[in-house]
Write a protein that binds this ligand. Sequence first.
Ligand code: F6R
Length: 624
Amino acid sequence: MCGIVAYLGQKPAQPILVEGLKRLEYRGYDSAGLALLAESSFRIHKTAGRIAALEAILPKPDPLNPGTIGIGHTRWATHGEPNTINAHPHVDATGKITIVHNGIIENYATLKKWLMDKGCTFTSATDSEVIANLIGYFYATGAPRTGQTPPDNENKFEWAVQQALREFCGTYGLAIMCSDYPNMLIGAKKGSPLILGVGDTEYIIASDAAAIVEHTTQAIYLSDNEMVVITPTGFRTKTTDNVLVTKRLKDIEFSLEQIELAGHVHYMAKEIAEQPRALATCLGGRIDVKNARVILGGIQNQLRELTRTRRIILTACGTAWHAGLVGEFLFEQLARIPAEVEYASEFRYRNPIIQDGTIVIAISQSGETADTLAAVEQAKERGAMVLGLVNVVGSTIARKTDAGVYLRVGPEIGVASTKAFTAQVAVLTMLAIELGRRRHLSSDCAASLLSELHSLPLKIDKILEQSEHIKDIARENIGRENWLFLGRGVNYPVALEGALKLKEISYIHAEGLPAAEMKHGPIALITDQMPAVFIATKCSQYDKIIGNIEEVRARGGRTIIVATEGDHDIARYADHLITIPEATEQLQPMLTVVPLQLLAYHAAVLRGHDVDRPRNLAKSVTVE
Ligand code: F6R
């Protein structure tokens, strides 16, 4: 994913841009660059490779004129290979306009041909260079389609940007400078996140709040088809059609400390370890054990409709989809509401049937995942009430849904989602209990589940204490290239999640299955070379899963078993045993997932992989 940072203020921009780009490194990139605007000319530096490589080619800021306005970018190649020429910023053919871009311009080939026919030259293979050139073209010549000529006043730069934006199909988050306007920075957004941090005497545009919080916690979140024009005396927000819009300043709800490693080697390790605290924060103030009720302020007005709903559709991608599967189980078990889970990427294209009384719940850590967002839009178009379970405050999904519940786990920087999963499941559990209470669930049963929810953070702490033991298990099996993860009932989605985590960061092939499905084919794969990870905690299907373990052992398979503390009998089935504290079946996923996260983490580190920058970088696949 690409990252944008842009600065306008009184300090030298270069170190601020570099620092901001470093804060976005976790999103993955293959090249980086920045442009400063000083003395009405651009100073552009870019390179393939890491930020460290960019730093190595940067000159020391000129003490007399360091440039207090600039734009920076980390690129994740989509159009054109990752090299210095294709790295951003891009400059237009006239040399007056420079841009950094996140997103994809779908009609770039048509626009490029049109511009080339007009004599415009291109140097890169990117779609983004079209943006710089089209703005530059309008700036220099006017708008041929409308017959308009550029206004000869202070708005000419802004006008040219607006003319160009009208021509683009696709998505963009943009920061733009013009050498004739040494005190102006323009940002624009459609489909890619863009935030404006507002300090006392400085402004920072970024694609991610992580690049802003060091400077200010006050921000405005641009909506699609909006732009912001910033000068040293202030900023104005408007639509790309030039209608002024008033935006409220919002607090960025996380601190610098939260986005730093705090002594951990990787963000993923930090986020696994902070799950007790994150879960406690997610539950905080939402549970009323005495009255056996749950208070979810964000959806208070929707509860009546939710209670009466005929069907809940949960939609999400990846890990969040696994949380949705747990939610399906809980809505059915606790609230007796029919529920189903849809991959957002399938749902959005399937012409889904949304009947009266259907409620759609979109689950997303980032709140920016393109497929989930499109599923939200589909569901809304078809008249469903759509709720969001989202972590990032102010994100697009949070804004597009009718109402929702925030996860409150703080920024999740690690690419492999961990603490967001436990919180997604926690929120779904609370919701299922509350809906259950409004339907059939007894007050005693709800109160007992709620008071046990409170105890989960401490139980997770106990699981985390086994980290070294789990590392030993990973080490012993580190040469195995194929793994199976098996669970039943509410722990079946956890098996899927365990397999996903291992694949994603260790590059080991892993499959998750409902344990009983194994005998319908996959059992043929079992050998002593294929570790089978079983979630075999005390639950209603305990005896059944023991049967499945026997089947694996009968074929010489090696077993890693996640079991309940105090279950001494199970040890004889296990080549490796990991325990979790006793917990009611419905609440177990928030515990059973933790050893699987640790297993994947340790396996990846033992294999020498960069855990925070895995190959796929699946998160926030909205943007280039
Ligand atoms: C896996 C992972 C991804 C995300 C998925 C959805 O570890 O992180 O599978 O869960 O890309 O992302 P969000 O939740 O941001 O919509």
